[in-house]
Structures are given as C-alpha cells and as structure tokens.
Design a protein. Structure first.
Length: 192
C-alpha cells in the first residue's frame, strides 16, 4: 500500500484523514498471469494500481488482438471511458505476470470524493495526468516514426521488451512484429 501512497504523493500530499479514508477503501488483489481484471464488453468497476506485475489493456479488431496500453509497477490500469461513463467498453485488462494490485471500487471512490474534497482533487489530478499520457500516445502513433516510438518506449520502460511478448509490444507500437524485429536490429543497448 505504501507504493500506492508514494505514487499519489507525486500528485497531492493528502492530509491524514483523507489518506485514512482512501486506505479504508483500497483492496489488495493478488492474481496469476493470464487473469482478466476486466473482460471485454464489460463495465469497468475498478481502478487498479499495479504494485507488482504488468497488465495490458487490449481489444479485438478484425479478429486481431490489439494491445492498447501497458501498465507496469507504479502505474494505474483501468478502462477510463467505462469507469467514468459507466458503460461497457470493448477493452479488457489482462495480467501479463503474477500481480499484486490495489483496487479502488467505483461507488466507494465516489463516496470518498463526496466526503473529502482533497480526494476529489486527487482524482482530478490523476485523470488530468492520464489525459496528457493518452494525448501523447495519440500524437506518437500519428506523428512519430515506428523507430521513434520504439526508442521512446525503450527510454521510458526499457524492461518491457523482456517482460512483454514481442507481438504485444509491436501491437502497442502500432507496427507489425516483422517491423519491430527490423527496428530492434538497428539499435544496440547503448544507442537507446
């Protein structure tokens, strides 16, 4: 739970009362690799903080499995659109490794927001940060070359290439596995 509060502290320093209220609604989830935290076409009822492990958010298009997002330790996993709008989303969330997560349930979090404006502000700051990340990802997919996207991923999360199947990394980067192999052959560990 301390890793969760350390991450939250990057957004806002919570007073003890708000911190205790948040701790009271956090639920520890331990699940094995392959477990689905969210089934596709379901309503997302939880925000997950990844303390240990790795998740991927994915969907299917034209019978192809597409990796939309990767969430390693210290980050959040959630279908934001479904969580906020309370409608099913085509995306699912799968564990790529055995994991320890901290879950916040929608109704409990909303109640905590109503009781502690500090937590409501925290939620707004985290969502704002997430929107910036999504916009950056959108821009990268539309304006950066495949090699630039690979280089950025390796500079931000160099461990992902060892922990994620290459087909999923290629999908996340919006390229084929063959293109990823070609790009990787041009980079040495020191060139990143």
């Amino acid at each position: 739970m301390e890793a969760f509060f350390k991450t939250i502290a990057a957004f806002i320093e919570l007073e003890e009362e708000a911190r205790s209220a948040l701790a009271a609604i956090l639920t520890c989830v331990e699940a094995p690799k392959g477990h689905l935290l969210l089934r596709p076409h379901s309503v997302c009822n939880h925000i997950y903080f990844v303390e240990k492990g790795l998740t991927r958010t994915f969907y299917t298009k034209d019978d192809k499995d597409i990796t939309d997002w990767l969430s390693p330790e210290g980050t959040f996993a959630c279908s934001v659109m479904s969580f906020i709008n309370r409608h099913p989303d085509r995306r699912g969330i799968e564990l790529l490794e055995d994991a320890t997560l901290w879950a916040l349930q929608y109704d409990e979090l909303e109640q905590a927001y109503r009781q502690h404006h500090e937590l409501e502000r925290m939620g707004r700051l985290i969502v704002g940060s997430g929107l910036v990340q999504v916009q950056q990802r959108f821009d990268d997919l539309h304006f950066a070359t495949a090699a630039e996207r690979y280089q950025k991923l390796m500079s931000q999360y160099p461990f992902l290439i060892q922990r994620t199947p290459l087909g999923m990394v290629a999908s996340y980067l919006g390229i084929t596995q063959e293109t990823l192999s070609r790009i990787r052959s041009h980079f040495t560990p020191h060139s990143l």
